[in-house]
Design a protein around this ligand. Sequence first.
Ligand code: MG
Length: 457
Amino acid sequence: MPSKERLFGTNGIRGVVNKELTPQMATSIGSAIGTFFKREKLIVGYDARTSGPMLAMAVISGINATGCDTYFAGMAPTPALQYAVKNHKMAGAVIITASHNPPEYNGIKVIWKDGIELSHEQEMEVERIYFKGKTEYAEWNQLGTKHELLETISEYIQAIKKHVDTAQIEKKKYHVVVDAANSVGGLAAPFLLRELGCKVTTVNANIDGSFPGRPPEPRPENLEELASIVRAVKADIGVAFDGDADRSVFVDEKGAVHWGDKTFALVEKHFLKKNRGEIIVTPVSSSTLIKDIADAHGGEIVWTKVGSVTVSHTMKKTHAKLGGEENGGIFYGPHNAVRDGAMATALILNIIAETGEKLSNLLAELPKYFIEKSKIECPEEIKEEVLRTLIQQLRGLNVNTIDGAKIWFEDGSAILIRPSGTEPIYRLYAESKTEETAAKLIKEYSLKLKRIIATSR
Ligand code: MG
């Protein structure tokens, strides 16, 4: 949400349209981005939100005013636009999307030439240009030009197909139900799946920026309709995307919705079987399941802070080929080191085709954990001090402090205690092989945290 000092949040610039994000602002932000990129070529596209075309045109005006050319790709999934940056050797892209936020929101994501969102340092440079009046407008005869780039989605579909065994998948003639959240997820995945020989049933596939079908965040509680359709039509799998189709959540043939940790673990297992010794990048919020699979199949985990951009940048730095998040983000480096819903769907189909197994059976083979969650109120101004004190008290334990405090115990249990970035609370996530141990961990650490908060006030 744009404030006096900051434009960018954890995933680009976000705000309520015409309140926190107006076309005037979008034009100025476009010019700051154009100044940052220095007379280069930028792709511009948007998701299905009602404000997409309005904000895209405003951003394009701002960019062209600085002498940068724009290549307008229209409505497309975020990962398709990210792939197009690399494929067309552009300097970057500006994507008008608010991902999984409610329909009244929109946002601006800025992509670097590697297809990944700008680093924090690069974002700070754009902010400096925007807030300090450092925008450099071009002379009238050096303005940028607006071009069209219309094949991005079909090029994206062909690129994904190169990473899976298309003949093997085609033979199986799978039936897949796609829930596109009334957004751009319906523009690529159903066509990719048809090219892979699948029968495709779509739900919420009509483009509608008011998101009438379901909220654009693919949480299990939003996917009951998808699950019941998978059961009714006896499909092999179901998949639901978020508003800009970079996240994907899967439903097995029995209609059970699986959270991202599990499908990521399945992809990880099959990846490591063929690529022993590879690095797997995942935030500390991910389940110990990811570590169990890495331990069992010779992988090495690199834990990161929570956030998809951090996962992408860490993959690049460590030359990792696979990353994942518990919220349904799967990052497949050989295609693009960003989360990608259609790529993830192709990988899952590749696994069920190769093993000849049902998705429910493959997921049932993974180690099982019981999860308990809790939250504790904590005033914003003492959050940091509370975390410092907590970490001091955890000395001697197996703790990772890259984002909050994650503790792993000898019996395989774990707990993450992390201050929320948006609310005055601490969140606690415990997991264990037994329900009792997970509950016990939550109780014990809630008490510890409450004591620290009481003495820090
Ligand atoms: Mg998204």
